[in-house]
Design a protein around this ligand. Structure first.
Ligand code: ZN
Length: 343
C-alpha cells in the first residue's frame, strides 16, 4: 500500500435483517435457493458500500456469504459430518456442539472463490479475504478419525493452501488467516501452529496476514477476559516465533484491551493491523480515541507498516453501530496520517 495508514476491518460485518437475524452468531438464513444466492450478493454489495462510504482503504466481503467464520468453510469439505455432533470445549473456554471428522478431509471444489471474484468485479480497491487458520479449524471440531490435533491441522493447512492459491488468482490482494486459538494454546502454536500456517501460505505471491484476537464480544469471551488480569501478555508467548515466520501482516486487538502495547516490539519488521475499534461494546469510539491508540502503537511499529483496523469481526453489532465505528476508524486514522505527513 502506498497510502500511509491504510484502514481495513478484521473480518465480519453485520448482515442486513432480511438476510439473517441481526446481532447473532450462526444466525440462520432467512432466504432459500436462488433468493438466497441473490440475497448474499446484494448484501455483499451493501457491505462494500458501507466500507466505501466510510473511506475504508482495504475492503472485504464482510463475510456476508457465510454463517460463521470457521464452520462455513468446513461445511464444504469432505470427511466432516455436520449431523453427527459432539460437545467439545472451544478455545479451552466454552462448550459447543460441533461437527465430527469421520474420514480423510479434502476440498473437492473451491469454497469462496466465486464470492471473491464477485467482490473483485465490484471494486478496484485492494481487497482482503479471511479464511480460518488450521489451528482454529481443528479447535472447532470433534476429531474421530485422525485422533491427533497436529495431524488434522497439517491436512487443513494443505486444503487452505489450495483455496488461498485460487483466491489469489481471483485477484485477492491480502489473504488473512483467523487464529484466535493462537491466544490460548501457546505450546502447540510454537510446536506446529505457526508451521502449519506457513504451509497454508506456501507459494503465495499476494500478501498474507494472521488475525489473533480475544474473540467476538460474546459473553463467553468477555467473561474469559475478566480472568486474564490487568495485563494481557498472551501475545508475548508466540510473537518471537511469529516474527521469524513468513507471514507479512499480524492483526491484533489493541483498543480497550489490556495488551501492553510494547509487546508489538517483538514482531518488529512485520506489518501490524492495529485494532483501534473495540467490537465488544456498542459505544462508538471518537476519532480522537482511535488516534490515541494508533499513536501509542507508533512507538513500536514503523509508520509505513501500521494498518489501522478493528479488534475483531463486527457481526454481533447492530448495523448502525458498525457503520459508526467504520467512520470513527477512518477519521481517527486521518488525524494521525495528517500528523505524520506534517512532520
Ligand atoms: Zn477476531
Amino acid at each position: 500500500m502506498k497510502k500511509l495508514l491504510p484502514t481495513s476491518t478484521a473480518g465480519s460485518l453485520p448482515k442486513p435483517s432480511w438476510l439473517a437475524q441481526p446481532e447473532q452468531l450462526w444466525s440462520p438464513w432467512k432466504l432459500q435457493g436462488d433468493e438466497l444466492v441473490d440475497g448474499k450478493k446484494d448484501a455483499l454489495r451493501l457491505c462494500l458500500d458501507d466500507q466505501q462510504q466510510a473511506g475504508i482503504d482495504i475492503v472485504s466481503d464482510g463475510e456476508q456469504t457465510r454463517q460463521h467464520f470457521v464452520t462455513t468453510f468446513i461445511e464444504h469439505l469432505d470427511g466432516v459430518d455436520f449431523e453427527k455432533r459432539e460437545i467439545v470445549k472451544i478455545r479451552d473456554r466454552y462448550e459447543a456442539s460441533v461437527p465430527t471428522v469421520f474420514g480423510d478431509v479434502a476440498r473437492r471444489k473451491p469454497v469462496f472463490v466465486e464470492d471473491a471474484k464477485f467482490l473483485r468485479q465490484q471494486t478496484k480497491q485492494p481487497i482482503k479475504w479471511a479464511l480460518p487458520g488450521p489451528m482454529t479449524m481443528i479447535d472447532t471440531l470433534y476429531d474421530g478419525h485422525y485422533k491427533s490435533r497436529e495431524k488434522l491441522a497439517w491436512e487443513f493447512a494443505k486444503i487452505l493452501n489450495q483455496e488461498a492459491k485460487e483466491l489469489e488468482a481471483a485477484g485477492v490482494d491480502i489473504i488473512q488467516f483467523d487464529e484466535p486459538a493462537f491466544n490460548v494454546f501457546f505450546d502447540e502454536v510454537n510446536d506446529w501452529g505457526i508451521a502449519t500456517l506457513e504451509r497454508a501460505i506456501e507459494g503465495l505471491q499476494c500478501e498474507t496476514a494472521v488475525h489473533i484476537c480475544y474473540g467476538y464480544g460474546i459473553k463467553a469471551n468477555t467473561d474469559w477476559k475478566k480472568t486474564l488480569g490487568s495485563e494481557w501478555r498472551q501475545y508475548e508467548e508466540i510473537f518471537p516465533k511469529l516474527q521469524k515466520s513468513n507471514i507479512d501482516i499480524v492483526s491484533l486487538e489493541c483498543q480497550n484491551s489490556h495488551v501492553p502495547m510494547e509487546l508489538i516490539e517483538l514482531i518488529r519488521g512485520k506489518k501490524v493491523m492495529v485494532g483501534a475499534i473495540d467490537v465488544a461494546t456498542n459505544n462508538i469510539e471518537t476519532p480522537e480515541e482511535v488516534a490515541a491508540t494508533l499513536r501509542k502503537a507508533l512507538q513500536f511499529v514503523d509508520a509505513d507498516k501500521l494498518y489501522p483496523c478493528t479488534n475483531c469481526g463486527m457481526i454481533p453489532l447492530p448495523r448502525h453501530v458498525a457503520r459508526g465505528k467504520l467512520n470513527a476508524l477512518s477519521a481517527g486514522a486521518e488525524i494521525v496520517r495528517k500528523e505524520l505527513l506534517a512532520k
